[in-house]
Design a protein. Structure first.
Length: 434
């Protein structure tokens, strides 16, 4: 009996539903259900999307930014350690305490930066192999430097061979690995920033669809009841409009600040860090040219290429979006670079003329005209510019977070008001049919 009567029962229910939907109360009940579903969907999509972008700004973007800074710090520390070790070797015998302390400080700073990067990376990325390589080969480098130092103090010429091997390991293995790690972390930063700046298209479309549905229901009620306004639906529409405007405005403001963090922060920092590293490599090449005692043509060529990276088209002049502070620091750095080039020419004249001791003094002396002092001035100007632009990056990221602050709670509250207003507004009209 049941198998025979089931379809008949379904067919008798469908006309009943259709009859209800032909009547105003049934249509209003359906409109209420549709508006509630749209309100919930808009609120959930908007609030969840905002929360995800906030987490990306505070989490991924800030974390990736810190890791990028740590990798730049690692690169700088290793480059300076290589340059300082070469300069210390030039003095012969027991190296000056200041150079020894600077080398040890560089190695300690590199180890600390490497620890930050290792702890901060989530694992599984393309920079993990570079981290493992640096961790393994950094002790090998320091061991070679210490061996060279021991032989140098004893006056044994083989110390120079150990130092060249250490420098070769640094340039051919360690620094390329750090460069690979930097590209990985900067790529992660760009990806996190792009995702945080993404426009909430889905939530916006739901919001606009909700507003359109609210307007359609109000027009229907106006025709059926001859009442122009429904307070509940008007409040609901206003809440939906504010919700959509808040979502759009916060997304645009956050995206603008995140874009500024790239153009006015991380991009000039990367450019300045590249110039700084090139200057440190030039200092090491200058020292290795002297250490080679007439056989340093290759190092002299490397010095020229490194200084071209400092003063040439891709160097200080190419730093993008330089504000007054950055421009002042880069101009001072450019002046120091020109002064260094002139001092280097004098140094080479002394060395080529057989005045080796005077050339070494011109390279590692403590006077203001030595290339060591001038290169230190250049490094200080670049460090100041880098720190200033790091602060610009942090400020813009904080402003991006501020643009999104409270938007998730606000969107949820407005969606709740939207739902309540729509339900109460239509319920009052439904009550008139009872």
């Amino acid at each position: 009996m049941t198998l025979v009567r089931g379809p008949a029962a379904v067919t008798t229910r469908l006309p009943g539903v259709q009859r209800r939907l032909r009547r105003t109360p049934g249509r209003l009940a359906l409109a209420t259900a549709v508006l509630i579903v749209l309100g919930i969907a808009t609120g959930v999509a908007g609030a969840v999307g905002v929360r995800q972008r906030i987490d990306l700004v505070h989490g991924a973007t800030a974390r990736s930014g810190d890791l990028t800074v740590a990798v730049q710090r690692l690169y700088r520390a290793l480059s300076d350690a290589d340059a300082t070790a070469a300069s210390a070797f030039l003095t012969g015998g027991v190296e000056p305490a200041a150079l020894r302390e600077r080398y040890q400080s560089d190695i300690a700073d590199a180890a600390a930066a490497l620890a930050v990067v290792s702890a901060g990376r989530a694992g599984g990325g393309r920079g993990d192999a570079a981290v493992a390589q640096i961790t393994t080969e950094l002790p090998v480098y320091t061991g070679l430097v210490e061996t060279a130092r021991v032989y140098n103090r004893q006056g044994v010429p083989i110390g120079g061979a150990y130092l060249r091997e250490a420098s070769g390991l640094m340039r051919e293995r360690l620094l390329p690995a750090v460069q690979e790690l930097y590209e990985a972390t900067s790529g992660e930063l760009d990806d996190a920033r792009d995702r945080a700046a993404a426009f909430p298209w889905f939530a916006m479309l739901l919001g606009l669809l909700t507003i359109a549905a609210l307007v359609a229901v109000q027009r229907y009620l106006a025709r059926r009841t001859n009442r122009v306004f429904n307070i509940g639906l008007v409040a609901s529409t206003a809440a939906a409009a504010v919700l959509v405007l808040w979502l759009g405005a916060s997304a645009v403001l956050a995206a603008g600040r995140l874009d500024a963090s790239r153009e006015q922060g991380s991009k000039p920092v990367a450019q300045l860090a590249g110039v700084r590293i090139a200057a440190l490599q030039a200092r090491a090449d200058e020292a290795h040219t002297l250490i080679a005692r007439g056989n340093g043509a290759r190092f002299e060529e490397d010095y020229g290429r490194a200084m071209a990276s400092v003063t040439g088209r891709g160097g200080l002049a190419a730093v993008s979006d330089a504000d007054r502070t950055t421009e002042g620091a880069t101009q001072a750095a450019a002046g120091a670079a020109r002064k260094w080039l002139a001092a280097h020419e004098s140094l080479r004249t002394l060395d080529d003329g057989g005045q080796y001791a005077q050339a070494v003094a011109a390279a590692v002396g403590t006077g203001p005209e030595s290339t060591a002092s001038i290169s230190n001035q250049l490094d200080e100007h670049l460090a100041a510019a880098i720190e200033h632009n790091r602060q610009r990056f942090d400020r813009d990221v904080d402003r991006a977070a501020a643009a999104l602050a409270g938007a998730d709670i606000g969107v949820a509250a407005l969606a709740t008001l939207l739902i309540v207003g729509a339900a109460l507004g239509i319920q009052r009209r439904l009550a008139e049919y009872r």
